[in-house]
Design a protein around this ligand. Structure first.
Ligand code: ADP
Ligand code: MG
Length: 261
């Protein structure tokens, strides 16, 4: 495989585990030896903070990458994890929808820059909780979309809107875009509802749903305040085990496994 693998982690709902998945999947892939870049495309900058990037380090940000002449390499900061870089976000990204509304090729700004990635790089894009210009840029730039779905009652309802957006992007800017999977997150095995949502999702979406389900686990939610992915913060936790297993399934879907040997 010579090209890069670009995956947008998207769901217009907030709080479903996009950022948590971006951090932990990115860390797991990097620790397995894959050159990985995380693009923090949310003005809240939670992925940047969760990986220990202080605000005074965020000199070049994803806003510069989108709107300025800066290259991917100029904007990507090394994290404390080997093989894992991040293009950080700051709150100025919040005005991007408005600032870039008149730009030429405004949905292709990120795509142009991500083409600069060294062949073989995995790029994960942590999308904001909306289907606006930022998420469109992510989808137009991506090979695939990974959808975290919180195991709760309304989970499947928002999905149709997301799938419509993917269809639209396929017709208008990126015919190659595919959905490479749905990841069930924050599942509570003591709760019948979680099990019901999982059963419904598997019945409706079949193999698109990854075999691994991420459990609700307090260590996962504590890890960002220690500026670490859970797989380093508490490797023996259930959350760590689940994200490690998921990263293997994800790599397999990207057909990266053969590269590891
Ligand atoms: P999003 O990026 O979709 O808005 P986040 O990844 O920020 O969602 O997750 C929302 C909140 O839920 C965060 O406080 C996060 O720490 C917490 N969280 C995410 N996944 C888990 C999990 N598996 N177990 C417990 N808490 C989780
Ligand atoms: Mg987020």
């Amino acid at each position: 495989m010579s090209e890069s693998n670009i995956v947008a982690i998207a769901n217009q709902k907030g709080g479903v585990g996009k950022t948590t998945t971006a951090i932990n999947l990115g860390a797991a892939l990097a620790m397995a030896g894959h050159r990985t870049i995380l693009i923090d495309l949310d003005p809240q900058g939670n992925a940047s903070t969760g990986l220990g990037i202080d605000s005074d380090q965020r000199e070049k940000t994803v806003y510069d990458l989108l709107a300025g002449p800066e290259t991917l390499d100029e904007c990507a900061l090394q994290t404390s994890i080997d093989n894992l870089r991040i293009v950080p976000a700051t709150s100025d990204l919040a005005s991007a929808d408005v600032d870039l509304a008149q730009a030429d090729n405004r949905t292709k700004l990120l795509r142009k820059k991500l083409k600069q990635a060294e062949p073989g790089t995995i790029i994960l894009i942590d999308c904001p909780p909306a289907l606006g210009l930022l998420t469109l840029n992510a989808m137009v730039a991506s090979d695939a979309v990974l959808v975290p779905l919180q195991a709760e009652f309304y989970a499947l309802e928002g999905l149709s809107q997301l799938l419509t957006t993917v269809k639209h992007v396929r017709q208008s800017g990126n015919s190659e875009l595919r959905i490479n999977g749905i990841l069930l997150t924050m599942s509570d095995y003591r709760n019948n509802l979680s099990q019901q949502v999982e059963a419904d999702a598997r019945a409706t979406l079949g193999d698109l749903v990854f075999p691994t389900v991420i459990p609700r686990n307090v260590r996962v939610s504590e890890a960002p305040s220690h500026a670490k992915p859970v797989i380093l913060y508490d490797p023996s936790s259930k959350g760590s085990a689940a994200y490690s297993q998921f990263a293997k399934e994800f790599a397999q879907r990207l057909k990266l496994v053969s590269e590891e040997v």
